[in-house]
Structures are given as C-alpha cells and as structure tokens.
Design a binder for this molecule. Sequence first.
Ligand code: NAD
Length: 429
Amino acid sequence: MRLSVIGTGYVGLVAAVCFADLGHDVIGVDRDAERIRALQAGRSPIFEPGLEELLARGAERKRLRFTTDTAEAVRESEVIFITVGTPSLESGDADVTAVAAVAETIAESLRDYRLIVEKSTVPVRTGERIRDQIQLLTGGTVPFDIASNPEFTREGSAIYDFMHPDRIVIGVQSERAERLLREVYRPFDCPLLVANLATAELIKHASNAFLAMKISYINAVANVCERVGADVRMVAEGMGHDDRIGRAFLNAGVGYGGSCFPKDVAAFVRIAHEAGYEFRLLEEVARVNETQRDLLVRHLKDALWVLANRIVTVFGLAYKPNTDDMRDAPSVPVIERLVREGAQVRACDPVAEANARRLLPDIAYYADPYEAARGSDAVVLMTEWDEFRKVDLARLREIVRRPVLIDGRNLFDPEQARALGFHYVGMGR
Ligand code: NAD
C-alpha cells in the first residue's frame, strides 16, 4: 500500500521504517528540513535500537523516501498517518497546534479519497475536529475518512514493539476506513480492536495513565517500605506473581519522565475536567511522581550533610535506558537543584549527552563512568543503563572520595554495595 507518515520523530520515524519493512511504499514527511536531509542521507536524527538498519533497508528496496512536502505525500498516498508532537501547554492541555496545521495542509492538497489517521496522542474528539476542519476547508467536495490509531510503542524498544504489537487499536467511522487499516496491519497476528473514534482515543489516554499510576503506586508503597524497614523490590515481586497485578511497571525509583507519561497524565486530567469529571486519582499520580525527585535529593543531603562544593556524579541522564530522549527526564530538575545548592555536578550517559547539553549546559560531561566518579563525594544513579549495571563497585569504591551511592532506580545490590563500604541508599529498600 502507499502510505505516508507526517512527522518523523520518535513515533513517526519508527512507524515509517517499520511500514516500509512490512512491504508498504512509505513517504516520511517533516517540516524540519535538516531532519529530512539527514534521513535522505541515511542518518537517523534520533537514537533508537535497530532504526538505522531498517532505514537503510527501506532505502535500498526503494520503499522509503523522505520529503518536506506534505502536498506530495497527500497526492501519492492512500493512507496518511499524522505523527506530529502534541506537547503540554502550561495548563496541562495537549497542544494540538501541529496536528491542526497538518490537517489544514492535507485539506489544501486533497483531490481524491484519502484515509487520514491520527497516530499522535491527542485529546479525545480530536478526530472529529480534524474531520470538521477538513470538511470546512474542502467544502465537502472530496471524500475522505478520519481514523484513530493510537501508538503504544516504548522508546528504547520501539522497533521491536512496533513489529510485535500486543494489540492494534483502530477507531473508525466507515467500513472503508476499517478495511484499509486492516490491510495496512495485515502482516500482524495480534488482536485488532475496532472501535469508534472517541473510544480509540480514550484507550490511549487510559492505558498511559494506568501505567503511570502503577509507577506512582509502587513509589507510594516504597515510601511506606522505607519507614517500616521493608524492601519494595521484594514487595513488587510478591505482588507481581499475581496475574491480576503483573510485575511490569512496579519498579520504585525516582519516578517516570519522558515525552509521554507526564504530558499524557496531565492531558487526561484536563480532558476529564472539560468533560465534567475531576480525575483526582490521576492528579495524585502526578504529585507522587514529583515528590520522588525530592526524596532522592533528600537521601543525598542526608548522606552529604551539605551540597555546596561537593562533587556529585550522576550516572544516566535520559529518562530511561536505550534512548537519547531528554524530554521531562527526572535528571534535569534533580541536577538543576543540585547546581542551585552549590554542588559540582558531573554526568555520564551512553547516548543522551548531546541532548542533555542543551538543557544542562553548565555541568561537566564524561564518557567513562569511572573517570566521572574519580574523586567525587557521591554517585547518584538516575537511569538504569546496562553500562551502569556492569560497573565494578569495588573499583568504584577505590576511586571515589566519599563512598556514597544513591541508587535512584534500585539497580545495585544493597548488600554488596554496603559490604564494599558504600553508604548505599536505594528507593524504598
Ligand atoms: P517528536 O517531537 O519526536 O516528533 C514530532 C515531529 O513532527 C518532529 O520531527 C517535528 O518536526 C514534526 N512536525 C511538527 N509539526 C509538523 C508539521 N506541521 N508538518 C510536518 N512535520 C511536523 O514527537 P514523538 O515523540 O514522535 O511524538 C509524536 C506523537 O506521538 C505525540 O503525540 C506523542 O504523544 C505520541 N506518542 C509518542 C510516543 C513516544 O514513544 N515518543 C509513544 C506513543 C505516542
């Protein structure tokens, strides 16, 4: 099938290369000319495991090309996916300006029937709004359908997730739209849920908010564990064996971040409010998440007494491993606070350094964790990269000035760390 994907960021680029690998002819569109030039040259502007290989394969098989021209993509594709960003506004509402802009450009170029699919995470009823605006702009002269097809991939394993979906959700208003989307996803053997537009949109909000809630739940439990001498990791394991609960997303730590959970929880609270329901449960989810960052800083201060002039080495900057995404990464507010209180911060991250430098220009960056930690007063683990899991704690103990290890992701073995002489503090252990 001939498809286009408008917005080649973390979601759109993954979708584009995967659709091409499934055998579709795909055009990736972005308004960012520099991004498109990089993609045309076979370079990925983002880090995502496996992406560059699929990019090369798509180009080699001539199934994948990139352009800045949305009109060209609309002319040449049967199905158009919108995957532009929907960041948070100050109010917590999702900013749908980019979606609206793309809808307008599509309307201007529409000559024959097209299926327009929103894949960006958008407030419920956005599909209807896109439909109404296109209808207004085209005067109802061209047939088209709107569908919703929320994306559930995780950054860091997005290619794998895309190619091995646990379910595909489509929200449609016509049989033709359903038929086309079934055809797009024909290679997959997983449940395909067909719903109306609003239901499909809501499945995405409800899923992300639920996952965020699981994280905040275990973090709240971790706070109780700390006070009563229980170990939250064992608690999570004990809970997780129950299939009704499941072990995933029960990892206590410094809290969730990234471009999705914080903004999607805030947006769902706003959507519910607009609809006349105060979703207090989710407001608390966000609040618990914020307090985990304070808790980590408190653990550090308890260990170091004062932060002024202490050298603090931060292991990991990205909001989670296997990504270079720094959007809403918990490391940023934590480091800003340490700097404000006078600490000298050194940081080390396997791939997020370039993005981090834009947000945190005044700290020292190191490629090697041991070099970063040499002579420091504390090591704080913020992202559970494998590189840090493999750190030799005995060697680390030899080179630090004060043996303080604050484990914001419960990555290390407390007994081993303590046996080596570290003042080890995890989250809820
Ligand atoms: P992103 O910021 O990485 O990418 C968005 C891209 O859209 C950028 O390259 C930008 O230049 C481009 N763009 C913006 N306006 C445009 C326009 N008018 N025409 C053409 N291109 C335009 O965002 P992302 O992380 O890929 O997220 C996209 C959407 O998918 C968001 O709604 C997000 O909530 C949702 N989502 C993201 C993830 C994830 O893992 N990042 C997962 C599921 C859903």
